[in-house]
Design a protein around this ligand. Structure first.
Ligand code: PRT
Ligand code: ZN
Length: 286
């Protein structure tokens, strides 16, 4: 019987939606209607396990699952023997040290001999060691942000995304220890057969990610401006140019990356482009 690749994803929480959406965009149908622990995909040789995110690195290390989608923060904290393969582009956050807004602490050096509350004792411990700061770590598993107010700690080390939790609790960030997003981690001794399935999945994931980072652009340009405009549009090979019904004008089609999107659009306009249309790309085969 041929093997399935076992994928561990978060059962519920902040990474659940993103993980399910990514599988769907990769054309993998997984229905978790009955809140099951494990589901076989309908049309791809994978089986999805729904777990607590904290358990995913260990399960992947021990080959209970072959791969997992989990935050880099959890991978680093758990320090298991797994191979990080690919960033997945969702679940972005940072692990930061924060202190009371109106207190006396300005930098991490002020935290010598102080107490820091966190759910990330390993990462924080390594960081303090590296910076030569002798603070004590108080491990708590939830609601870390209230620790200074109730006198449990002088500072906290916790995940931040929008910053509103810190703001509401009158805390301010003084140091970022780690930037994180969801990553695909892999067991280190995957069979050759499973590697083939993983390669096929990675190919799909990369096509989805690439599409998200790029836009399809259509514009009209006078023929005497075409060479300038083409230089602004690198495209996958080179732009496609089609004549318009109106003499002296062409339609130009290309792909531009999200990162320099606004710069390119402004330059295109300044160089005579008109009727610019930007279209999202669903998949981009790399
Ligand atoms: O039940 P299980 O153990 O699976 O879930 P969990 O409660 O441990 O994790 P969950 O679902 O809260 O988070 C899962 C993963 O999402 C984390 O490990 C991160 O990789 C990622 N992630 C991204 C975040 C955040 N953003 C985030 N903002 N995880 C937690 N937060 C929390 C943070 O701890 C703080 O309480 O949100 C609050 C801060 O948010 P802002 O927007 O107010 O700054
Ligand atoms: Zn967790």
């Amino acid at each position: 019987m041929s093997e399935n690749l076992k994928i561990a994803i978060q059962k519920s929480g902040r990474l659940y939606e993103g993980s399910m959406k990514l599988l769907k965009e990769c054309g993998i149908e997984v229905s978790n209607g009955n809140n099951q622990l494990r589901v076989q995909a309908a049309n791809f040789p994978v089986e999805v396990f729904f777990l607590r995110d904290d358990d995913i690195p260990e399960y992947v290390q021990d080959a209970v699952a072959d791969i997992g989608f989990v935050g880099e923060n959890v991978v680093t904290e758990k320090n298991k023997s797994v191979e990080p393969i690919e960033k997945l582009g969702f679940g972005k956050c940072r692990l930061s040290i924060a202190v009371p807004k109106n207190g006396n602490f300005r930098s991490i050096a002020d935290l010598n001999e102080k107490k820091i509350a966190t759910s990330y004792p390993y990462i924080l411990g390594e960081f303090l060691k590296e910076k030569n700061i002798n603070a004590s770590i108080h491990e708590i598993s939830g609601s870390v942000e209230i620790a200074p107010r109730i006198g449990l700690a002088d500072a906290i080390c916790d995940l931040v995304s929008s910053g509103s939790t810190l703001f509401t609790n009158e805390l301010k960030e003084i140091e970022t220890i780690l930037s994180s997003e969801a990553v695909l981690i892999c067991n280190k001794t995957l069979s050759a057969e499973k590697r083939v399935i993983l390669e096929s999945l990675l190919f799909r994931i990369r096509s989805v990610k690439k599409a998200k980072n790029n836009k399809y652009v259509l514009l009209n340009a006078p023929n005497n401006k075409l060479s300038t405009i083409c230089k602004l549009l690198p495209g996958m090979k080179s732009p496609t140019i089609l004549p318009l019904a109106e003499p002296g004008w062409s339609s130009v089609h290309s792909v531009i990356s999200e990162s320099d999107f606004w710069n390119v659009i402004e330059n295109l306009k300044a160089n005579g482009a008109q009727g610019i249309l930007i279209i999202p790309i669903e998949k981009m085969i790399v």
